[in-house]
Write a protein that binds this ligand. Structure first.
Ligand code: CS2
Length: 493
């Protein structure tokens, strides 16, 4: 089969092989600027938006994708070369692949190359929404102080160089300032990251920054910018070389960076868009007045469930999440964690059948075709732990509920941070706090609680005697007998 490079020129030939956008992309205006064009955005919001644009009446909601960091150079170059097009490969449960070319990213910008262009785009009158996937750590929130972290060198840089920012806060501030100065309308800033109250978090962190960077803008933001909360969900592993080769082989599409994901998707959004929004509900998103319970459920069951499987699985020597969840002992442990420690903290989830939800998670985690990497799941655990697991521990401690399994997972993380699995093989730790985690992990061999001293992660958890006791016991147990033997015992307790 003739190999076709994915780009606008070849799109009609490619449409004979896989589904392609039915709309004329050159007629689509940019209504959304999205920051962070990694796999998740392209499997989720860009996918929903592509579905929406298939309706020929919808013309105002194209996406301008912004790559914010130097780290994003490769993805930016790829998308630029492919005219913003990429293939989404859905790995179905039966092992088949559903492929389609997504066209909703109609423009791309690389912030480090031309910051002013990005600021101008965000300030342009046709843009009504700025959406973000900047990762949990990107919000610059310090768990210990519960405040915006002004000590971050990048924030120090942005305060000194407002026209050449490096962080999202610098960009948003400059863009909103321009909108205010030019008498333009405000817009919506919508987080698509896994954070409880992600809209509130975005608003609070931005207002903290603005109070220092441009105090006269505060009032205007309060009146003219909305920050809806949202729960986002679709498991999107890192694309592998095999995925790229397979697409070329089977469909003859030469796509340098397709996106792979699971069939499941969910997007629950608070309907709070000050300058209008796409009718994403027509393509499966849910608009609700209060998204909090959905967020809490997803973060503390799905995301925390991932961390449980990732940390325990990594120590045993597994590479993918399905291997971990298909180990019956680890699966039972996760089940117990969800039922005994998380469920009591969730309160009333009207209209949701929690048992079905938990069951569906086990099925999704177990999808052997997805091959979701444990390295991906364990990456940046220092930013994930305070969001995915700590709230469960805090609620349970308050209610005198069990925290035994969460303490076990925390101890597993301390041992994981030594950098070797139980077979002595090196672990690929990817974490902004890698050095600190490793130093504390080494001290923890003699004194396990040393690991809990990282207060930007654990806050004051080390002052809870109940937690510290369970954690220390679990630490020693894992160190002496290994994950699997311990997990078996925990399951029988
Ligand atoms: C994962 C998430 O990063 C993680 O640890 O739990 O990326 C997860 O796959 C997504 O939130 C699924 O919606």
């Amino acid at each position: 089969m003739e190999k076709l490079k994915l780009n606008t020129k070849n799109l009609s030939a490619i449409s004979e092989r896989v589904a392609t956008p039915k709309y004329n992309r050159s007629n689509i205006k940019t209504g959304i600027v999205h920051v962070g064009i990694g796999g998740f955005h392209r499997a989720h919001e860009a996918f929903y938006t592509d579905q929406l644009l298939q309706d020929e009446l919808v013309k105002d909601w194209g996406i301008c994708g912004v790559a914010l960091l130097d780290f994003d150079t490769k993805i930016y170059n790829t998308l630029k070369e492919q005219d913003g097009l990429y293939t989404l490969i859905v790995k179905e449960l039966d092992g088949t692949h559903t492929k389609q070319v997504i066209g909703s990213i109609v423009e791309c910008l690389f912030a480090p190359e031309n910051p002013l262009k990005v600021i101008e785009k965000m300030a342009s009158p046709e843009v009504k929404i700025i959406t973000l996937t900047i990762t949990e750590g990107g919000y610059n929130y310090n768990e210990a102080t519960k405040q915006f972290d002004f000590t971050n060198p990048l924030i120090v840089h942005d305060l000194a160089n407002p026209n050449a920012p490096k962080t999202i806060f610098g960009y948003l501030t400059q863009a909103l300032k321009l909108r205010q100065e030019r008498g333009l309308k405000g817009l919506t800033i919508q987080s698509c990251d896994n954070i409880q109250g992600n809209g509130h978090m975005t608003q609070n962190m931005l207002l903290s920054y603005v109070a220092k960077a441009a105090p006269t803008l505060t009032e205007w933001i309060i009146d003219n910018v909305s920050f809806p909360n949202a729960m986002v969900d679709r498991i999107t592993p890192v694309t592998s070389i095999e995925d790229i080769a397979h697409l070329k082989e089977i469909s003859g599409i030469d796509d340098a960076w397709p996106v792979v994901c699971e069939p499941f998707k969910q997007w629950v959004i608070e309907d709070n868009f000050i300058e209008g929004r796409p009718a994403w509900e027509t393509v499966g998103a849910q608009f609700v007045s209060n998204v909090e319970p959905y967020e809490k459920m997803k973060l503390s069951l799905l995301n925390a469930g991932h961390s449980v499987l990732g940390l325990l699985g990594a120590l045993v020597g597994y590479n993918t999440i399905d291997e971990a969840v298909n180990n019956p002992n680890i699966r039972t442990f996760l089940n117990n964690y969800m039922d005994v420690e998380v469920t009591p903290t969730l309160g009333d989830l009207e209209g949701i059948n929690l048992s079905d939800y938990k069951q569906s998670l086990l099925e999704r985690f177990g999808n052997i075709n997805i091959k979701d990497q444990i390295d991906r799941i364990c990456s940046e655990t220092s930013a994930k732990f305070p969001i995915f697991i700590l709230p469960t521990i805090n609620s349970q401690l308050k209610a005198n509920g069990s925290i035994k399994l969460a303490a076990f997972v925390t101890a597993a993380w301390a041992i994981y941070s030594l950098g070797k699995n139980e077979n002595g093989e090196p672990l690929n730790i990817i974490d902004a706090l890698k050095t600190q985690l490793n130093e504390k992990a080494k001290t923890a061999i003699q004194n396990p609680t040393a690991f809990l001293e990282i207060d930007s992660v654990f806050s004051d958890l080390n002052t809870s005697t109940i937690f510290v006791n369970e954690y220390t016991k679990a630490y020693q147990d894992i160190a002496n007998r290994g994950i699997e033997a311990c997990v078996k015992d925990y399951n029988n307790d």
